[in-house]
Design a binder for this molecule. Structure first.
Ligand SMILES: *Cc1c(COP(=O)(O)O)cnc(C)c1O
Length: 383
């Protein structure tokens, strides 16, 4: 089966991890701060806090911004469930803003309409979490402008988008947001096995993120160590969301190849664009203000029909092509459906779901494999 995404591990990656195994520290050693410095350097953000997953990063990002019971957090329905669950962990209410039918990202017009309405009903969000779907950045400047007008904070879920650019700067630089989050799961652009990071330019947010990552414990304030030098203080309820040095060593090595990965993904995506042009498949569209990281290549069948999609999906799987679906709209998941948040009302994401299929795209995909996939995609239209 040709997977839709997979990691690329080099000999340097393996050596980097083995070197940590031979060292004194498996965790909380020198590699985590070095990986964080590499992420900050690459993106241009002032602070990077590495954690054990993007899900954890989203959770501590919400906590750092003070999300709690009674607050509203809005995100896109076209995302992995973690983008919404992070608010639920904090006891907040989740709501969804429908997607743009061209980019499949949160629609800025829908966001503005919803904010106008929420102002009247006094249910304005404390935090909005735009998701850079498939690696394409949302229109962050426009969302930031709305955040000034309606006083909400912004967490970018950039799990798909490390290596991408928005208006000339790297995604993750936090020019138009409070915090940006990356995922390093093996299917993403670079990997640490499990892993994630939260980036920010705000030193106070950085120290809050640090605090929640590790039990809410601080070791500063030497003057307050009245009992002795062993003393530490737990000042908040935090978690153990730390990344290990093994993972960070892999991450440092992977960041070195990040630009290469983006180039390869870009070339493969262009090849799909060219070879599928003129067929009845609806191809992904790119906004000119950004450069995608090309995490996912999502096609849409000619009709928004779930039965036709199921048939096509089965055909491709039977032929060894590991297509996938990103995403089942989060508000239609049983957990959220039960809360009856916008069920049946987010037409763009619900319609999109009926025809969207993710085809394989990763750095190890060969041209032969790609041609084989294209051949079967054409045949699949004749089912
Ligand atoms: C993968 C992903 C996550 C979760 O990442 P983990 O590192 O697996 O926790 C969150 N949001 C989006 C959009 C993702 O694609």
């Amino acid at each position: 089966m040709i997977p839709y995404g997979r990691q690329d591990i080099s000999e340097e990656d393996i050596n980097a991890v083995v070197n940590v195994l031979r060292s004194d520290w498996l965790t909380q050693g020198p590699c985590v701060p070095r990986f964080e410095a590499a992420l900050a350097e690459y993106t241009g953000a002032s602070h990077a806090i590495a954690v054990n997953s993007a899900t954890s990063a989203l959770h501590i990002a919400c906590l750092a911004l003070g999300v709690g019971p009674g607050d509203w957090v809005w995100t896109s329905p076209n995302t992995f469930v973690a983008s919404a669950n992070c608010a639920e962990y904090c006891g907040a209410n989740v709501d969804f803003v429908d997607i743009d039918p061209e980019t499949y990202n949160m629609s800025v017009t829908k966001l503005e309409d919803k904010l106008k309405h929420a102002r009247e009903t006094k249910t304005l969000p404390k935090v909005v979490i735009p998701v850079h779907f498939s690696g394409q950045s949302c229109d962050m400047e426009a969302i930031h402008e709305l955040s000034q007008q309606y006083s909400f904070r912004i967490i970018e879920d950039a799990s798909h988008a490390i290596g991408g650019r928005y208006k000339g700067e790297h995604v993750g630089c936090c020019r138009f947001s409070d915090i940006s989050v990356f995922s390093f799961h093996p299917v993403k652009i670079i990997t640490t096995a499990e892993g994630g990071a939260a980036l920010t330019n705000d030193p106070q947010l950085a120290s809050q993120l640090n605090l929640y990552r590790s039990h809410g414990i601080i070791r500063e304030n030497a003057d307050r160590r009245t009992d002795g030098p062993w003393q530490y203080e737990q000042i908040a309820l935090g978690y153990n969301y730390r990344m290990t040095d093994l993972q960070a060593a892999l991450g440092i090595s992977q960041v070195n190849r990040l630009d290469y990965y983006i180039d390869v993904r870009k070339a493969l995506a262009k090849r799909y664009d060219e070879k599928l042009a003129g067929t009845n498949w609806r191809l992904p569209k790119q906004q000119i203000f950004q450069t995608s990281a090309h995490h996912l290549y999502v096609l849409r069948l000619p009709n928004d029909n779930i039965e036709e999609k199921a048939q096509c999906f089965a055909y491709l799987h039977d032929n060894g092509i590991g297509v996938n679906v990103h995403y089942i709209p989060v508000h239609t998941q049983p957990y959220y459906k039960e809360k009856n948040i916008n069920y049946g009302q987010l037409k763009n994401s619900e319609q999109y779901y009926k025809s969207a299929i993710t085809i394989p795209l990763h750095p190890r995909l060969t041209h032969d494999e790609q041609d084989y996939i294209i051949q079967h995609l054409k045949l699949a239209l004749q089912l």
